[in-house]
Design a protein around this ligand. Sequence first.
Ligand code: AMP
Ligand code: MG
Length: 358
Amino acid sequence: MRLLPQTNWHGWQGSRKRRSGVETKELKDCAADLWEAARMLHDGQVVGIPTETVYGLAADARNPQAVAQVFAAKGRPADNPLIVHIASMEQLTEIAAEVPPLAKRLAEQFWPGPLTMILPKQASIPEITSGGLDTVGIRMPSHPVARALIRLSGVPIAAPSANISGYPSPTTAAHVMRDMQGKIAAVVDGGPCTVGVESTVISLEGADSVRILRPGYVTKEMLESVAAHVSLDPAILHQLKEGQTVRSPGMKYKHYSPRAHVILADGSWKGFAALVEQRKTAHTYALVFDGEGETLSVPILTYGKNDQEQAQQIFSKLRELDDLGAQLVFVRAPSADGVGLAVYNRLIRAAGFEVIQV
Ligand code: AMP
Ligand code: MG
């Protein structure tokens, strides 16, 4: 079902220009630009879009050629499925083959918002979108630009984070331009993302049980207000062994890593400072909490004073460290509570699981 069955796409033909393949248009959050981006999505092109979590690389989830361009632009492994973004509950039933009562309760509580549910997929979702799986990750974003684009384009939008595969996710339109200029049709600037880390990804494990595959802004405690049992997948905090089954394909790849060598140091400030002074080499930086670090002999960046600020800032600070030419970065590990678990999960991957207890 098209959300806007009356839309006259041919009315736009006059203003239509062929994309050269090198120029990525920078669009704004205004009606004319949103219509232009929606038309591009409808026509099977790829557009960088803001969501409340991170910027996404959006394409029509039902169009295999469009989705193939997303994988190509990111350099994303073909078995890592994309999340499909919707703007209404009617769209949910067009994409999921089954919507159990627990999924409905979770949607009622957390949508629109940063929660992705893995559900059996409809045949309308091609295998390229689901990474060859018979399930699909679905989320209803709350960001007004993302919602407008889904509605105006009339298509469900597949959108992974808009970074080059393996690099920190983008939380501003400038980050997207840095990674995607010349590879995609356009980027819509909707300002900096408010959440800053990707959605919580869950699978439903029974009538009243949920498993968190990737932590995000929607925490275990929040999910426990709806589901009786909520478990954390071991891959969230532990490195998978060779050949170990992975429930979420994204968990097995190196991820969120800047070019700099990142070491995560978990423990006291005293232990952190001693480690930095002992191990520092050329172009060494420290990424610490607000108000810390003045006594260190290496340059510092800070990333907030609580879990929400850390989530908002972590990816932009990792990117900034690359811009500064950092080669070695010691990061103060956040507390793994609340949204902090999501930040911790991203940082251990950015560090290639090099975590030192201090
Ligand atoms: P990103 O697109 O970068 O936000 O990553 C999406 C995450 O959701 C990855 O970790 C995927 O592995 C996970 N995901 C998406 N669809 C599925 C699915 N059908 N089953 C399991 N995990 C999924
Ligand atoms: Mg990603």
